[in-house]
Design a protein around this ligand. Structure first.
Ligand code: NAD
Length: 268
């Protein structure tokens, strides 16, 4: 799909794009012809590596520092995007983190920290993107006025003991995405989520970095491989393109079947 340049003439903002899934999405969108704003919070080297990878394929990209949970940072990021590339067509609301604790040990600060980045950050970026979609109006580059892709998780569906804040944030992303899709659909703004399963990135290193850990993890994955960031980048390109123009308000699970209740594969 990348070689088709299906996103030619469009501009994407990808949050949390200095590592992992966000970086892969930024590179995949750039390789598909989009101009890309590679957002980062604290890792300029990772963001610049993504920018260089996109430029090496003949694309256009800039790195932009912003904390997605800070409204002034978000407004500045979108202003930088519009000043540089003229508008924004695609938002990949990817920035997210985990700060785990057993329920009784979870402080209000830890709860708020994860909710602020994973849920409020997506709200702030979506609002800034929609303002620009509406200001700009339709273009010939896409059948939609704009596209928003929320990075959710299989934990929008699967409860996760010891990760109450994270699971609550992704459950919140699910209904935020669906409510936005309901409200913004009549304006031709497409809103969807990607729910990754287990993807090899820094966020879950402990779950796959030793052969024993990876073996344990594979018990949860019917397709019997851990996902790669490219698996998610490919899904993001499709969801951002007109190939998925009738896909709206849905979560695309990219999880090797993790949500198929693998505990029941031997009769439960
Ligand atoms: P990651 O740690 O590599 O990437 C997360 C990125 O978010 C980092 O670049 C980080 O700097 C950035 N970030 C954190 N706080 C930020 C803030 N306040 N402002 C801007 N950026 C911020 O991990 P990842 O696995 O690539 O995670 C990306 C997204 O995918 C997250 O939303 C995560 O919940 C989701 N996800 C990951 C997996 C997985 O298996 N890796 C599974 C399901 C969902």
């Amino acid at each position: 799909m990348k070689s088709l340049k299906v996103l030619e003439g469009q501009t994407a903002v990808v949050t949390g794009a200095s590592s992992g899934i966000g970086k892969a999405c930024a590179i995949a969108l750039g390789e598909s012809g989009a101009n890309v704003v590679v957002n980062y919070a604290g890792n300029p080297e990772g963001a610049l590596a993504a920018v260089e990878a996109i430029k090496a394929e003949g694309g256009n990209a800039i790195a932009c520092k912003a904390d997605v949970s800070n409204i002034a940072d978000v407004e500045n990021m979108f202003k930088t995007c519009i000043d540089t590339f003229g508008t924004v067509d695609i938002l990949v609301n990817n920035a997210g983190l985990q700060k785990d604790a057993p329920f009784l040990e979870m402080s209000l600060e830890t709860w708020n920290y994860v909710l602020n980045v994973n849920l409020t950050g997506q709200f702030l970026c979506a609002q800034a993107a929609v303002r620009e979609f509406v200001r700009r109006g339709m273009t010939k580059n896409s059948q939609a006025l704009g596209k928003i892709i929320c990075m959710s998780s299989v934990h929008e569906l699967i409860p996760w003991a010891g990760h109450i804040n994270y699971a609550a944030s992704k459950g919140g992303v699910m209904l935020m995405m669906k409510s936005l899709a309901q409200e913004l659909g009549p304006m031709k703004i497409r809103v969807n989520s990607i729910a990754p399963g287990a993807i090899k990135t820094p966020i879950n290193r402990m779950a796959w970095e030793t052969p024993e850990a990876e073996k344990r993890l594979l018990r949860l994955i019917p397709y019997k491989r851990v996902g790669t960031t490219e698996d998610i980048g490919n899904a993001a390109v499709w969801l951002a393109s007109d190939f998925s123009d009738y896909v709206h308000g849905t979560t695309l699970f990219v999880d090797g079947g993790m949500t198929l209740y693998p505990g029941f594969e031997d009769n439960g």
